[in-house]
Design a protein. Structure first.
Lengths: 346, 78
């Protein structure tokens, strides 16, 4: 007699991340995402299969050389989820008390900044699917994208790489998930200000979509006597922004290519820009998310200028931050969490 | 598995299978093992105030239990 099959949306399924107190020290408190499709880690095995004397034409020896329990989590940006993933990707979170809402309920601003901490928090990933529970350790976030699109919730996609072991967990956890609605793009305040020369620059608030990408370059080749990586070390950070603006006039185009209203030749210097995004959780709500990139350089700008079929004109831009004295990417996330997201108890 | 009364400490309002929606500060009866999640604070059982205990029953018990160690201590020190 056979057993019934399984589905991918069993109510007991979950994906969770928890902050470790130290490398090789598994997290005790986890945040369970309202995950979207594509979430979870896969344990990829690298194997070597070789021919040896005596084996004739066939493979005579096989063994594993490495296991890589890497993955990603995809979720809409609820306040706590956004605060956590931004902190995991940028490394620094400074909470500051705003107000007491009710007994034991607080409003706290989390200032999450790039360029402050020299290391990223190690994370333990725990996932349950069908009748399996797996756990991987020493993960760090190597890529986080925050996408805003007309009419849609903000979407977070965080990729992580494990610098530790993967094993079967002894027991499935009880997932406790954030009940808040997602932070939405509709109702947000969005602006991109571009300056290419000595003039005042140009600003657009007519942005149809944007994507912030935090890319943490790591050394993921550290392997000692284990099959797993022994560590993952953060080495570089790239913060980029791309998006689409409704074309209204030549102002931004002139800034990016010709130095603004003061020039008619292509300038050597790259046009600088600043980006600000702010959204409230909803009408009358206090929870919010602000993301700001004040030190951008616009590396590319394209327009769909000629089309006999008649299309609305849009500007597609790509920009990246450049190191300055202040953080080139920071976020303010207002949530109820009183402790820093870099801590182990949240 | 033993159950305990505990308060959901957040930091966010949550949906929990088997419990439902809980708000920060809400008290629920949960499986004791869930305390290890770090999100629950056990509710301390209130100590019985002396005034609420029946005097007739409390007095002999209190006097006998308190008398024994006192006697022993006195005897030991004497």
């Amino acid at each position: 007699m056979g057993l019934p099959g399984r589905v991918t949306n069993d109510p007991s399924n979950y994906f969770a991340l928890g902050v470790q107190g130290a490398k090789d020290q598994e997290a005790g408190t986890f945040y369970f995402f309202k995950h979207l499709n594509g979430s979870g880690f896969d344990t990829t095995q690298e194997v070597s299969r070789e021919r040896e004397g005596g084996g004739g034409k066939e493979i005579a020896l096989g063994y594993k050389t490495m296991v890589k329990p890497d993955g990603q989590v995809v979720a809409y940006a609820r306040p706590d989820a956004a605060g956590r993933l931004l902190t995991y990707a940028l490394g620094a979170d400074t909470p500051s008390f705003i107000a007491t809402v009710a007994a034991g309920v607080f409003l706290v601003n989390h200032l999450i900044q790039s360029g402050v901490n020299a290391s990223l928090p190690y994370l333990t990933a725990d996932q349950a699917w069908a009748d399996m529970v797996e756990r991987s350790t020493n993960n760090i976030v190597t890529d986080l994208s925050i996408e805003g699109e007309a009419g849609r919730p903000l979407k977070l996609t965080a990729q992580f790489i494990s610098g530790g072991s993967v094993h079967v967990a002894t027991v499935a956890l009880t997932p406790a998930r954030e009940t808040s609605a997602p932070l939405m793009y509709p109702g947000a305040s969005v602006s991109l200000a571009v300056t290419g020369g000595a003039d005042a620059g140009a600003t657009s608030i007519e942005m149809t979509k944007f994507k912030i990408d935090i890319k943490n370059g790591v050394d993921d080749t550290i392997q000692t006597t284990g099959l797993n990586r022994e560590d993952v070390i953060w080495e570089t950070a790239d913060y980029t922004l791309d998006g689409t603006l409704k074309y209204t006039d030549k102002a931004i185009w002139s800034e990016v290519y010709y130095g603004g209203g003061v020039g008619s030749q292509v300038q050597v210097g790259i046009a600088t820009a600043s980006f600000n995004f702010y959204t409230l959780l909803g009408q009358g709500a206090s929870n919010s998310l602000q993301m700001n990139m004040p030190l951008l350089q616009v590396s590319a700008l394209k327009v769909n200028r000629l089309d006999p079929d008649g299309k609305t004109m849009f500007l597609d831009f790509t920009a990246g931050t450049i190191k300055g004295a202040s953080p080139s990417l920071f976020a303010n996330v207002v949530t109820g969490a009183t402790a820093s997201y870099t801590g182990t108890a949240t | 598995m033993a159950s305990v009364d505990a308060v959901w400490t957040g930091p966010f309002d949550a949906e929990i299978p088997g419990i439902g929606s809980v708000a920060i500060g809400q008290e629920c009866e949960i499986d004791e093992a869930e305390l290890s999640s770090g999100h629950w604070q056990p509710v301390q059982a209130p100590a019985l105030p002396a005034a609420t205990a029946p005097p007739a029953a409390a007095s002999p018990v209190a006097s006998s239990t308190s008398a024994s160690p006192t006697t022993t201590a006195d005897g030991a020190s004497a």
